[in-house]
Design a protein around this ligand. Structure first.
Ligand code: ADP
Ligand code: MG
Length: 861
């Protein structure tokens, strides 16, 4: 009955049913809360009546009377909604105390301290929560009193001190509200219930719901419960414990306890509790009883529990239990351990791990044996380490990224306009801002390592320099940042890939038992292929060849190829590139022995391989000054070529198969490199399964033309090598037209891969690089769009296009293999959608392969 009673109320009822020692009480439902709001924030008289009836029953069960001068019932008034929002709403303890009932509590001399302590707590809590008096006014007086009494702990104050405090507190209330502290317990109760309902909309709770996507209109329930007293002398106290360790997942009771204290002392985090062993030492029997209850609760709820409890004169009471919040590492260990213990099934273990939560576990870290030249330290904003060249703005970050560089974006602070730069960066460093600054928030969201607020660094945008007291770095210099420790290190540092825990590996193995889609990886280099294999990739879903051209040693040959005046010259330059590309393919095929490797023919526009126009202009100027004629000529030719290649709208530019059709020799050469590498390895006895994919197909005629070029080339290679190998040729579907005409394209394609990043761009007509910084953020903030379609696959539009394409193409080729490449392949909801479309495979970047495996298993379960 979570929804009606709230999680806390429902669990209290359930625990009572299990026969556990829970103080008696009753719960006012969430629908009463909704009614409270509908009726203009008043507790309706009907509901008030029901409350009194329930209260009367509580009086009978407890044998105490509310407001009674010699035997008073005291209660807590507790918030609790259907989704746990720990500490976000209000709870009031010791309600029912007034000048008379406190005297009843203080009747016995040894109880004076306890009675006055409870009353001063109640005045403080009630006044700050219900009457809106600033809590600090009370805290300040409490501190003053402790100083005056020369004690450290609240509990060391004497009854007389506490009595003084009560008087001071009451004065504060009178001064702040113009009214005396309310003495009528019924009035206290109804206004407190109203205030707890009202705390549903306090700014903390509202913000918490927004970031956790909890709807605003469900409201909170209120539980009214008999008080038990952790502040009733030395054998009383209060604690919170986890049935397993919430950060390591270790199967051991972990908790904190405070003698002579009430629950809120620990919950609020303002007083420092002690480890559970203090309870074990002083009250061993109570401890053993608690241990047993903790284990029973874990078994009953089949999950790690976070338990709030109180001990009153040695007697144990359970006040709350809920599934414990835990770190991603702990969550994995706990899920796997519990499945091994037989408490849950393997399917449940897999379902309990959110794929997004494991992203931070997949970061590279700095090799612990490396020698580091640390040049600065900032705040550790987003974990993981990254090495790259310094760039000072988002545009340059993107440009350098596209040319294959790993970049570290360095800014004084970042703004939403920088998003496309952050996306393109391996790491983000800012000299200002804290861990909740824009850069930090975005980087964490993306899983990008980040250090912020590194104040000893100065960014000089004019000179494009990064300066510290001792060193000046220029754009293009290499640094390493460690987002886990905040260190900035000069130069490149060896990074070590993430190490997966034993339990993590087990979970991934289990994922393989259930998933039906293959999980491939998108890689660019042999090193990445090896990493992908270690992460459990079942093949390479996409290998981009352009990055192979970006290597500084090869770039001059590539430039020569682009500058060639005719086909003959171009072929000559290209032929020099063959052995180099071949060696890359050798590496990737070897790393993926026995598995499929899909290689994409060149995709980006050629001008991306040419130098930055501004840099070129500078170099030209220098050559002119130096009078170096040959260099001047060379640079001028380059400049001219850049101008010819310049396009007004590069995303719809001369790229993809359009290059392969207008310059068939480029695709010929690539095909040769692929086929030769494969045959050479085959001759060595290594099994390889190469595939070729043609990018940016919009029309079946394009596919037909490229297919002819590729097939002809393959035949030539086969006859030279006197051997053959099967190389299927597929179409990369990333344009709406290709989806709609998929049946025709499929006639010339052996398989399809949907590139959902680009398909999202071309379907929406959004340029991702600009959209996020310019209007997409606005759209999301103002609910124009429900989600960012680059993160969550847009099922309605993009998804539907994919559906249409699959339906049409499989009609004419029933066994056409179909897969998806793109960031969506590690996002849970998107993967669920793809599963329903009967995809054969999904392909993620190596670091996300484990997320994709888990998401794919969840989708199949
Ligand atoms: P939160 O949702 O912020 O945890 P709770 O309603 O759980 O708020 O109350 C906070 C703490 O107050 C509890 O952990 C418990 O220690 C104490 N508390 C609540 N109700 C009672 C009660 N009936 N008797 C004694 N302590 C209580
Ligand atoms: Mg609680």
């Amino acid at each position: 009955m979570n929804e009606l009673l709230g999680r806390k109320g429902a669990n209290l009822a359930e625990m009572t049913g299990l026969g556990l020692p829970v103080p008696s009480g009753f719960t006012i439902t969430t629908s009463a809360c909704r009614r409270f709001y509908e009726e203009g924030k008043i507790v309706h008289p009907d509901i008030e009546k029901e409350i009194y009836t329930a209260l009367h029953t509580l009086e009978k069960t407890t044998g105490k009377r509310f407001g009674h001068p010699s035997n008073p019932l005291l209660v807590s008034v507790r918030s609790g909604s259907s989704t746990s929002m720990p500490g976000m709403m209000d709870t009031i303890l010791n309600l029912g105390l007034n000048d008379y009932t406190v005297a009843a509590l203080a009747k016995h001399k040894e109880n004076k301290h306890f009675a006055y302590d409870s009353y001063r707590r109640f005045i403080q809590m009630f006044s700050s929560i219900v009457l809106g008096v600033d809590d600090d006014l009370f805290e300040d007086e409490l501190e003053k009193m402790k100083r005056h009494a020369s004690v450290q702990q609240d509990s060391q104050l004497t009854a007389d001190h506490l009595l003084d405090l009560i008087l001071i507190f009451k004065e504060i209330v009178f001064k702040e509200t113009g009214q005396k502290f309310p003495q009528d317990p019924k009035q206290q109760l109804i206004t407190a219930i109203g205030a707890v309902f009202d705390s549903w909309y306090n700014p903390r709770a509202t913000f918490y719901r927004r970031i956790h996507k909890i709807p605003d209109d469900i409201g909170t329930a209120v539980t009214v419960q008999q008080m038990v007293f952790g502040n009733l002398g030395p054998n009383s106290g209060t604690g919170i414990a986890f049935t397993r360790h919430p950060s390591t997942g270790e199967n051991e009771l972990f908790g904190e306890f405070m003698f002579s204290a009430q629950g809120e002392d620990i919950v609020a985090g303002i007083r420092t509790p002690q480890p559970m062993t203090v309870l074990q030492e002083r009250l061993p029997e109570t401890f053993i009883q608690f241990e047993k209850i903790a284990q029973d609760l874990e078994k009953h709820y089949r999950d790690v529990q976070d338990i709030e409890f109180t001990v009153e004169e040695g007697k144990l009471y359970v006040l709350q239990t809920r599934s414990a919040k835990r770190t991603a590492e702990a969550n994995i260990k706990i899920a796997v351990d519990m499945a091994n213990e037989g408490l849950i099934t393997r399917e449940e273990a897999i379902m309990r791990v959110d794929p997004a939560s494991i992203v931070p576990l997949m970061q590279h870290t700095i090799d612990p044996n490396a020698e580091l030249n640390v040049i600065g330290k900032g705040l550790d904003a987003s974990s993981g380490a990254a090495t790259g060249i310094i760039v000072f703005d988002a545009e340059e970050a993107e440009r350098q990224h596209r040319t294959g560089h790993s970049v570290i974006l360095v800014r004084q602070e970042t703004t939403p306009e920088d998003i496309h730069g952050i996306l393109a960066s391996a790491g983000v460093l800012t000299t200002r801002g804290g861990v909740t600054s824009h850069a930090a928030v975005v980087a964490r969201d993306l899983g990008t390592p980040s250090v912020v607020g590194c104040e000893s660094f100065k960014v000089d945008m004019e000179q494009r320099e990064l300066r510290t007291d001792s060193i000046t770095l220029k754009e293009g210099d290499v640094i390493t940042i460690c987002g886990s420790t905040g260190r900035i290190i000069l130069g490149e540092v060896p990074l070590v890939p993430p190490k997966l825990s034993k339990e993590f590996c087990t979970l991934l193995e289990w994922a393989n038992e259930f998933k039906t889609m293959c999980v491939y990886s998108s890689v660019n280099t042999p090193q990445e292929a090896e990493l992908a294999r270690r992460m459990g990739a079942e093949g390479v879903g996409l290998c981009r060849t352009e990055l192979m051209f970006m290597d500084p040693e090869r770039l001059p040959r590539v430039t020569r190829m682009i500058l060639a005046h005719n086909q003959r010259e171009r072929k000559k330059a290209l032929n020099e590139l063959i052995p180099l590309q071949k060696s890359d393919f050798h590496g990737i095929f070897r790393a993926m022995e026995g598995k499929q490797v899909t290689i994409r023919l060149i995709d980006p526009p050629l001008h991306e391989f040419l130098p930055n126009p501004a840099t070129l202009a500078l170099e030209l100027e220098r050559a002119r000054v130096a009078g170096d004629k040959k260099v001047v000529e060379e640079k001028e030719a380059l400049q001219q070529r850049i101008e010819t290649l310049h396009e007004l709208n590069p995303s719809f530019g001369h790229r993809g198969c359009r290059i392969g059709i207008t310059y068939p020799e480029i695709y010929e050469v690539q095909t040769r490199a692929i086929a030769e590498a494969a045959l050479e390895l085959k001759a060595e006895g290594i099994t390889v399964y190469p595939r070729i994919i043609v990018p940016l197909v919009s029309d079946w005629r394009e596919m037909k033309a490229v297919r002819e070029t590729v097939e002809e080339t393959l035949q030539q290679v086969f006859s030279v090598y006197r051997d053959r190998i099967e190389i299927p040729i597929g179409a990369f579907i990333e344009l709406p037209r290709a989806c709609i005409t998929a049946d025709k394209v499929a006639e010339y394609a052996d398989f399809f891969i949907f590139g959902t990043n680009d398909l999202t761009q071309s379907t929406y007509g959004f340029s991702r690089d600009d959209a996020e910084g310019k209007y997409l953020a606005y759209y999301l903030d103002h609910n124009v769009l429900p989600e960012n379609p680059f993160i969550y696959l847009d099922e309605e539009g993009v998804g539907n296009l994919i559906e249409i394409a699959i339906e049409r193409s499989r009609k004419c080729k029933a066994d056409l293999k179909i897969g998806v490449c793109g960031e969506h392949t590690s996002e849970k909801d998107s993967v669920f959608f793809l599963q329903n479309l009967n995809m054969n495979f999904i392909s993620s970047v190596p670091q996300r392969v484990p997320c994709a495996r888990i998401a794919a298993a969840q989708a199949a379960i």
